[in-house]
Design a protein around this ligand. Structure first.
Ligand code: KG4
Ligand code: ZN
Length: 338
């Protein structure tokens, strides 16, 4: 089954062709970050307009790279939310029109389920049930995913998402956008023990990052912005280390309590080099198997949406042309039962 995936939930216009939910034939991502960077964040109105300009070339490129025509597509998978509603509507309207024109089924995908499904594009697959940490710009959630692919929420952030903590931290340090990748790069030359930032570990399985952000703000207020790159790198590395420590510790505590062996880490922040390294070290030490998608499948892409759509379709889910975009989902509504 050849699925065309479409993703426009934020500032990436993406299209991909995936065979049988496993094999990527093409994965085209047009990032708008250059346009938004001068504003220090995504401007929703601009994002929607850019998606309108780029959706047709991006889909055409995805089909071209896969070496197929529209007549070869068996289904269309598209992100229906959560995300910026104007952006979502561009991809969704396009996908609906296309599915209608070629007379093929349409599957609306929850973006979070998409991030988890990125792991099904791996060569080696995790065994069910597994714990998934979805860590992105909008979400820091842990889920238990079982054989029936019931996706049960275990923990969530009480305030900022980890990606938000990276992005807001970078803004505070005035080092650019998108913050996660800038901090990741800068931190490579820094000392992660230079500044003592708190490790917020709320009770239960939830996360909280707003206190950490405030600690950085207070540090900058007290000491001013550093005047040399070494000091800046030290702050970035220390701040990143606090986020990573919390993500690793909370995830492993949840894995222990739920008694799973396999852990999946996905979403944009899973691209963070320090998180990948520390998760790898700690899971090995404590006897878990770790699965993290390659970098290109961590940040937003449409291959993960096609992979998720494939699983939805074989489980009997598809959507009509009345499918609408949803800006926010209740985090435990990742997939409704068939
Ligand atoms: O999954 P994603 O592409 O979009 C959302 O669904 O939100 O995640 C974007 C988030 C942003 O907050 C970005 O700063 C963060 O992922 N991110 C990173 C890295 N690359 C992207 N955070 C830390 N280190 C990175 N290397
Ligand atoms: Zn995402």
């Amino acid at each position: 089954m050849l699925i065309l995936g479409i993703e426009t939930s934020c500032d990436e216009t993406a299209a991909a062709v995936v065979r049988d939910g496993r094999v990527i034939l093409s994965n085209v991502i047009y990032s708008q970050s250059d346009i938004h960077s001068s504003y220090g964040g995504v401007v929703p109105e601009l994002a929607s307009r850019m998606h309108i300009d780029t959706i047709i070339p991006v889909v055409t490129e995805a089909l071209g790279q896969a070496g197929i025509g529209l007549e070869n597509i068996d289904a269309v998978g598209v992100t229906r939310g959560p995300g910026l509603v104007g952006s979502l509507l561009v991809g969704l309207s396009f996908a609906k029109a296309l599915a209608f024109a070629i007379g093929k089924p349409l599957a609306g995908v929850n973006h979070i389920e998409g991030h988890i499904a990125a792991i099904f594009l791996n060569e080696v697959l995790p065994s069910f049930p597994f714990l998934a940490l979805v860590v992105s710009g909008g979400h820091t959630n842990t889920y238990l995913v079982d054989e029936k692919e019931t996706i049960k929420l275990i923990g969530q952030t009480r305030d900022d998402a980890a990606g938000e903590a990276f992005d807001k931290g970078a803004k505070l340090l005035n080092i650019g956008y998108p913050g996660g990748i800038v901090i990741d790069r800068l931190a490579q030359n820094g000392n992660e023990s230079a500044v003592k930032f708190p490790r917020p570990l709320p009770e239960g399985h939830d996360f909280s990052f707003s206190g950490l952000k405030t600690a950085l703000l207070n540090y900058v207020k007290k000491n001013g912005l550093p005047d040399n790159s070494d000091a800046l790198a030290n702050i970035a590395a220390s701040y990143q280390e606090a986020i990573v420590d919390v993500l690793v510790e909370k995830t492993l505590r949840a894995a222990e309590l739920i008694a799973v062996r396999d852990i999946v880490v996905c979403g944009g922040v899973a691209a963070n080099s320090r998180l990948r390294f520390c998760m790898d070290q700690e899971t090995r030490k404590r006897g878990y198997r770790l699965f993290i998608p390659p970098l290109i499948l961590c940040t937003d892409n449409a291959a993960m949406i096609a992979a998720a759509a494939h699983r939805l379709l074989i489980a009997g889910h598809s959507n009509g042309l009345d499918l609408n975009a949803v800006s926010r989902f209740c985090p435990d509504l990742v997939r409704l039962p068939v």
